[in-house]
Write a protein that binds this ligand. Structure first.
Ligand SMILES: *[C@@H]1O[C@H](CO)[C@@H](O)[C@H](O)[C@H]1NC(C)=O
Ligand SMILES: *[C@@H]1O[C@H](CO)[C@@H](O)[C@H](O)[C@H]1NC(C)=O
Length: 243
């Protein structure tokens, strides 16, 4: 009797679900994992026209984005991008997130205000993420505020501190991030335009394809960081106050 009722229920739900699945469901974008990318504002400012006032809070990494990625990328295409050109960011969808986004995900570029930056990240990466607009920004903020993803604090615990004098080794930084986050991340360095010094610019943490949990990075990226010697700086603004 009970079994029969369950069977009928299953049959009914299948009958209801099947037409739905074939007609109105949005196509899922296929990719393997996501990069949660945080950037160090002072390093960005050493190489790009940046906004006069660096965003708060000082001494913290800020979000660059959450990017769907392939494990086996084709050259020039690390992951799916620009999946829906007519899906523009609607500010009303993220109204409740504007305060934390302003803090955690500010535009560093003089060429873009915050909303333009968020709109760019949504268009290029968010439309491929299988999240809706609110879900994409909410999930990325959730990653950012996890203590285990607080890169500046994690580095400080290994005595790697912001300074225009101290320099660190790639292994030192990589080990500190692995120890604090639980997984080895991909690091990206950039050269200071003014003096050619190497600066730590971005930290790429690998996240599952649901944008939820940090996972092991299966793929290694070109880091542009020197592999040996203590030559990587985590600079502070203003960069060249002595010049
Ligand atoms: C693309 O975005 C538009 C606007 O949000 C939406 O109406 C349309 O269904 C989307 N197309 C796909 C294939 O998801
Ligand atoms: C936002 O993200 C948090 C953390 O992942 C989650 O618990 C919450 O349900 C999300 N809220 C919405 C409205 O998506």
């Amino acid at each position: 009797m009970a079994v029969e009722r369950v069977m009928i229920k299953v049959a009914l739900s299948l009958a209801l679900l099947l037409p739905l699945a074939s007609s109105s469901a949005v196509e899922e974008v296929k990719f393997d994992f996501m990069y949660f990318v945080q950037q160090w504002p002072a390093s960005y400012c050493a190489t790009n026209p940046c906004r006069a006032k660096p965003p708060p809070p000082a001494g913290a990494f800020t979000i660059h984005g959450l990017w769907p990625n392939y494990l086996k990328p084709t050259p020039g295409k690390p992951g799916p991008e620009n999946c829906n050109s007519s899906d523009h960011l609607n500010p009303s969808q993220i109204q409740d997130l504007v305060n934390p986004l302003t803090q955690q995900w500010p535009s560093l570029s003089r060429a873009m205000n915050n909303l333009e930056f968020w709109g760019h990240e949504w268009q290029k990466h968010g439309t491929c993420s299988n999240f809706n607009q609110h879900g994409y920004f909410n999930a990325t903020l959730a990653l950012k505020i996890k203590p285990s993803n607080d890169i500046a604090k994690i580095l400080a615990e290994s005595h790697i501190v912001p300074s225009n004098k101290n320099a660190y080794g790639f292994g030192e930084i990589s080990d500190a991030v692995a120890k604090g986050t639980g997984f080895r991340a991909n690091l990206q360095c950039i050269k200071d335009k003014a003096n050619g010094e190497t600066l730590l610019y971005q930290v790429y943490q690998c996240v599952d394809r649901f944008g939820k949990n940090v996972v092991r990075c299966e793929a290694k990226m070109e880091s542009h960081c020197p592999a040996s010697g203590k030559r990587i700086k985590l600079p502070v603004l203003p960069l060249h106050s002595a010049l």
